[in-house]
Write a protein that binds this ligand. Structure first.
Ligand code: GTP
Length: 212
């Protein structure tokens, strides 16, 4: 299926928080317990159908290691959606979220949708990042999209991507669709007016001529 719209999504966050696992679960519906660390980035895609249109998410999974930080910046410059992932098992990874977000603000000049994901919600031990702390952070930084998920048991993974595609579609595709529709309506109106003019005004003119 040829998609009518494609949205670039980039996945950021510290190494080991589960970025690759989330993407793999979304695309392959499976969890691999031992992933090699991503080398700079991996590209994949998934098609969705929304409001009768075929849309594609182009997903750029990046490596969270410090050594790749500057290379990774190139990938999110033109992204329409950026995920920042941290692990609910690691306070360090949450403490790094702000740095990721600051870097994004410096490097992405486009309008984009930011999605914060607390991964590894399947944890068997008490969570290391409290709900209140996350809520406070989101409130202070106007983050409207915060989700918790588990790439291990799949909790909330498909739901997050579905919600994100919908938001992307509404924000970036719908205005184009509406604008095109308006243009088509204007063209239709114009051709109707022309026809009307030809049929009536010209007809009347002919009749007038005829009547004379
Ligand atoms: P980099 O590629 O180095 O940036 O790491 P990453 O963020 O892509 O992490 P990755 O997906 O490779 O996962 C790191 C480790 O966490 C792996 O051993 C995964 O199996 C594990 N893991 C990922 N997601 C989850 C999860 O939701 N729950 C649990 N329990 N483990 C997870």
């Amino acid at each position: 299926i040829n998609p009518e719209f494609a949205f670039k999504v980039v996945i950021l966050g510290d190494s080991g928080v589960g970025k690759t696992s989330l993407v793999k679960y979304e695309i392959k519906n499976s969890f691999i317990s031992e992933n090699d660390s991503t080398i700079i980035f991996e590209h994949s895609f998934k098609n969705f159908s929304i409001m009768g249109k075929n849309v594609r998410l182009q997903i750029w999974d990046t490596c969270g290691k410090e050594m790749y930080r500057s290379s990774v910046q190139n990938f999110y410059r033109s992204a329409l959606c950026i995920f920042v992932v941290f692990s609910l098992e690691s306070l360090d990874s949450f403490n790094q979220v702000n740095q990721w977000i600051e870097e994004i603000k410096e490097n992405n000049t486009e309008d984009y949708i930011l999605v914060l994901v607390g991964n590894k919600s399947d944890l068997t031990q008490p969570r290391k990042v409290g709900r209140e702390v996350i809520e406070e952070y989101c409130k202070n930084n106007s983050i409207e999209n915060y989700f918790e998920a588990s790439a291990k048991n799949g909790d909330n993974v498909h739901e997050i991507f579905k919600a994100v595609v919908k938001q992307l579609f509404i924000k970036f595709a719908l205005p184009i669709i509406n604008e095109n529709q308006e243009k088509r309506n204007e063209e239709k109106e114009l051709s109707f007016n022309k026809k009307f003019f030809n049929q009536n005004v010209m007809g009347c003119y002919k009749n007038c001529c005829y009547n004379q």
